[in-house]
Design a binder for this molecule. Sequence first.
Ligand code: NAP
Length: 286
Amino acid sequence: MSAQVIDGIAVANLILSDTAARAAQFAEANGRKPCLATVLVGDDPASHTYVRMKTNRCRTVGLDSRRHQLPETATTADAVAVVSTTAADDTVDGILVQHPMPAQVDEQEVFEAITPAKDVDGVTGASFAAMALGHNGFSSCTPAGIMHLLDAYDVDPAGQRAVVVGRSPILGKPVGMLLLARDATVTYCHSKTVDLAGVVREADIVVAAVGRPELIMGSWIKPGAVVVDAGYNPGNVGDVEYATAAQRAGLITPVPGGVGPTTIAVLLAQTVKAAGTPRATRRSTK
Ligand code: NAP
């Protein structure tokens, strides 16, 4: 058996073409394009690449972007000041604070300077709570992108055993909650999990969100399972041993070209949604 490969680029393009149409409508009605502000602290080359990809994509979809760059030596207060000024700027609709930040910066304190109505990357405590409680708010982009992938391939999580490997606040934890909200039976695994192989073997849906190349062996995958690999490691390697897993899975995301493209698409879609939300009601984002 050989898995069907989930085409993340095609799914992202569907989200982006809808986003482009909405952005054009907004620009027509408001005399300006929706605007995403990015805040980047430090010299991490991967972070620079990610921000460049996001701002390039803004341009092709019809959004404006504004880049704020702080030096490697910036403090938490420096970053909070830039984010607060941006949050108060009425011509900015969404804010992306690129992470990871240098060690001396308290990342969550910087995130919390984003007003929830502009938290299009879904990183504030308010957004997390809204997602967990099923209230209006912006989702963390990668988890939301993963749900788009499942929907695009008619994977209904209801009643399925979903195993999420990883429990970070931006990825593992929220994707498990989104699967739970869709009636999956969810198990989280992490660095202290005993018998990871045994847990993964029982999964109908596996989400890998670790950041360890090929940690999840192909031989652990239950025949016919859905495998979503969010891991992105040097050399374009995911967290799943792809070649073997693809022989057993029913559906599988490639790395690259799986989860990554939908993350950016959701970020832009949420920025346009934020722009279209009337000022007076911006705390409610639906
Ligand atoms: P993170 O914050 O470092 O979290 C990693 C998680 O993996 C932690 O919960 C950790 O457990 C768990 N873990 C570590 N070693 C493990 C092991 N041996 N067995 C089981 N679990 C283990 O990472 P992240 O930010 O969530 O990112 C994870 C991966 O996704 C990275 O490769 C990142 O590049 C990628 N990513 C991709 C996108 C995208 O758009 N495609 C977006 C975000 C992240 P503990 O909690 O016990 O430490």
